[in-house]
Write a protein that binds this ligand. Structure first.
Ligand code: DGJ
Length: 546
C-alpha cells in the first residue's frame, strides 16, 4: 500500500517520464511509430531517437562472415543469451552485388525478418570499398578489374593492399551500390528495424601513410581545399599545398581528407535515398602516446583527424571508436576523445570479455548512444580476451549481466543520459575506494569489502570487473545499479558534522517512465552501504542527515 501511494504521489517517481515530456515539447518530434530514427543534440549531449524517444543501443556485433542463412541461427542464439536489443551485422558488397548492377537484397530481407522475430533492432554495416583498410569485400567482378578499381601505391612505388580513394570508377560503383541498399531499406523497412547504418568498415590504409599514385601526387601538390581550411580556421593558408599548410602532418591529413571525402560522397548518396543516421568506425591510434603516423591505420577517423573528417564528410553523422584496448586509462581516454558536441559517442565494436563489460557503464555515463561487443556468435573464432581465457559462456554472461539490468529500463537510461545525469565507476586493479562528486553528496565505491561491516580494507574482485552506474535524480535522490561492489554516500561538506541517513532505499524497476518499487532495502542491506552482487538490481536511494 505504502509503495503504491508513493508511486503515484512522489514527483521523483516521474522524473524520467517528465523529462521525456519536456523533451518532446522542445526538441523531439511527437512520438510516432513511423518517425525515422535520427540524432538530436542539446547542450553538447546527444540522443538517438527511435520511435520518438531516446534509445540506447545495447548492442552485439556478429563476426564478419556470419550474415548467411547457415550461420545466422548462432547469431540469434547469442543475441537472446546476452539480451542485446540491437544486432550489428555486415552487408557485404560481394554478397549484395554479385553481378554489376544486379542487387541481391535477400540477405537484407532475411535479417529484417529475423530481427523482427527476435524483437531487436539492426545496425547494418556496409562492407563496401574499405574493410579494415583493405578492398577485400569488393565483388569478384570488380576484383578482376584491378586497373579500373585500383589499390593505392606506397612511397616505394609498390601497390599496397588498400583501395584508392582517388579512383572515380570505384567511387561511382560504391555510391551506386550503397544507394541501392538504402533505397531497398526505405521500402522494405517501414517500421524502422534498422536504426543506423555504418558506411564502410575501419577505412584507411595499413602499411603506408597515404597514396603516392600519380593521381594522388597531383592533388597533394595542389592547393588544400578551401572548405577544409575554413573548417580548421586556417583561411590564411589559402593557395598553399598540403605540405605548406600542414607541414609534418601533411601526408596523414591528406589521406584522411581523401578517404573521408570519398566516404562522405557514398554516405550522401545513400542518405539522399533514405536519411538514416550514418556512422564510420575507426581503428584507433594509441590515444595516450600519440604514436607516429604510419604505425597505425592511416586515413580513418583517428582522434587526431576528427575535424578533417567532419569537414570532408558532413553526411556522416557519427565518427565511432572501435575500442580494442583493455586498460581503463586507454579506454576512458578514447571515450573522452570521441564524445564531442559535434559527435555523438558510440562504441560500435569492443572486446568481448568479462573485464571489458564494465566499460559499458563508463560509456553510458559519458552520454553514449550505444555500446557493442564484437563477435558475440563466436563461430570459428577463439575468444578474444586480453589476459585470462574465460569460457565462451562466461564471456557472454559478462555482457548479459549488463544488458539484463539495463535492458528493461533502456528508454529511461537513454533519457537520463541525454540529460547528463549519469556518472560511473569502473573497478581498477589498485582496489582503492573511488568517489563520485554528486553535489551535496559524494558516492564512495569499494570493490571486495567484507559482506558485513567495515572490518578490513576492500580486497578488490579477483579480476577487475566491478562497476557502478549512478544517476542523480534530485539533490538527495539517486538511481544506482552496480556489479560486485559496495556503494555508500557521504556529505561533500564533511565539516558540517551531519551524518548520512538512508531515508529510503527501494529496489524496483521502471515501467513506462515510472519507477515501481518492489521492496525496501534496510538492515543488513543498508547498514554498511549498498552491497551489489551480480543480480540485476536497480535501487532508488533517498538520502537525508541526522
Ligand atoms: C575490427 C573490425 O572492424 C572487425 O570487422 C573485425 O575485423 C575486428 N576488428 C576483429 O577481428
Amino acid at each position: 500500500m505504502i509503495a503504491m501511494k508513493r508511486l503515484f504521489c512522489s514527483p521523483l517517481n516521474r522524473i524520467a517520464f517528465l523529462g521525456s515530456v519536456v523533451l518532446t515539447g522542445c526538441l523531439i518530434a511527437p512520438a510516432s511509430e513511423s518517425a525515422l530514427p535520427h540524432l538530436v543534440q542539446k547542450d553538447g549531449r546527444h540522443a538517438l531517437i527511435v520511435d520518438g524517444a531516446p534509445f540506447l543501443i545495447l548492442g552485439a556485433q556478429s563476426h564478419n562472415s556470419s550474415a548467411w542463412p547457415l550461420t545466422m541461427p548462432k547469431v540469434w542464439a547469442a543475441i537472446e543469451t546476452i539480451h542485446a536489443n540491437t544486432l550489428e551485422v555486415p552487408i557485404s558488397w560481394e554478397q549484395f552485388e554479385p553481378e554489376p548492377g544486379k542487387f541481391d537484397c535477400s540477405i537484407v530481407d532475411q535479417l529484417l525478418a529475423g530481427a523482427r522475430e527476435h524483437k531487436v533492432r539492426l545496425v547494418l554495416l556496409w562492407f563496401g570499398t574499405w574493410k579494415n583498410g583493405s578492398a577485400h569485400y569488393l565483388p569478384l567482378w570488380m576484383k578482376q578489374q584491378p586497373e579500373l578499381y585500383p589499390r593505392i601505391i606506397g612511397k616505394d612505388g609498390q601497390r599496397v593492399d588498400s583501395p584508392s580513394p582517388h579512383a572515380p570508377a570505384l567511387l561511382a560503383a560504391d555510391m551506386k551500390a550503397f544507394r541501392a541498399l538504402m533505397r531497398h531499406l526505405k521500402q522494405a523497412d517501414r517500421q524502422h528495424t534498422v536504426i543506423m547504418v555504418q558506411v564502410e568498415n575501419e577505412p584507411g590504409s595499413w602499411n603506408t601513410v597515404r597514396d603516392y599514385s600519380p593521381a594522388a601526387q597531383r592533388l597533394f601538390t595542389a592547393p588544400v581545399p578551401v572548405e577544409l581550411l575554413k573548417a580548421l580556421g586556417k583561411d590564411g593558408g589559402a593557395g598553399g599545398d598540403w605540405t605548406a599548410v600542414f607541414g609534418k602532418d601533411a601526408d596523414e591529413f591528406f589521406h584522411a581528407w581523401s578517404v573521408a571525402h570519398f566516404i562522405g560522397q557514398v554516405a550522401a548518396a545513400g542518405k539522399a535515398e533514405y536519411p538514416l543516421p550514418l556512422y564510420v568506425n575507426a581503428a584507433l591510434r594509441d590515444p595516450l602516446t600519440q604514436p607516429p603516423a604510419g604505425s597505425y591505420e592511416s586515413g580513418g577517423p583517428t582522434d587526431n583527424v576528427l575535424d578533417i573528417w567532419k569537414a570532408a564528410a558532413p553526411a556522416v553523422d557519427v565518427l565511432a571508436p572501435d575500442i580494442y584496448m583493455d586498460d581503463s586509462a586507454h579506454y576512458l581516454k578514447v571515450l573522452e576523445l570521441y564524445r564531442r558536441p559535434d559527435n555523438a559517442l558510440f562504441v560500435p565494436e569492443t572486446i568481448r570479455s568479462p573485464i571489458i563489460a564494465r566499460y559499458c557503464y563508463a560509456a553510458i555515463a559519458r552520454g553514449a548512444i550505444g555500446w557493442s561487443p564484437f563477435g558475440v556468435d563466436q563461430q570459428n573464432q577463439i575468444a578474444m580476451t586480453p589476459s585470462a581465457t574465460p569460457t565462451a559462456d562466461a564471456v557472454l554472461e559478462s555482457i548479459a549481466s549488463n544488458y539484463r539490468v539495463l535492458g528493461p529500463m533502456m528508454r529511461e537510461i537513454a533519457q537520463l543520459s541525454f540529460e547528463g545525469r549519469f556518472q560511473a565507476v569502473v573497478e581498477e586493479k589498485d582496489t582503492q575506494p573511488q568517489t563520485l562528486a554528486l553535489g551535496r553528496w559524494q558516492a564512495v565505491i569499494t570493490f571486495g569489502p567484507p559482506v558485513f561491516g567495515y572490518g578490513r580494507n576492500p580486497q578488490g574482485n579477483p579480476e577487475p570487473i566491478g562497476r557502478v552506474l549512478i544517476a542523480k535524480l534530485d539533490e538527495n535522490e539517486f538511481l544506482v545499479t552496480g556489479h560486485l561492489c559496495r556503494v555508500d554516500f557521504k556529505l561533500t561538506d564533511a565539516a558540517s558534522g551531519a551524518h548520512r541517513d538512508f531515508l529510503r532505499v527501494e529496489e524496483g524497476s521502471y515501467e513506462r517512465g515510472v519507477f515501481r518499487p518492489a521492496r525496501i532495502w534496510n538492515g543488513d542491506e543498508t547498514d554498511w552501504g549498498l552491497n551489489f552482487g551480480s543480480a540485476p538490481q536497480v535501487i532508488r536511494v533517498q538520502l537525508g542527515t541526522f
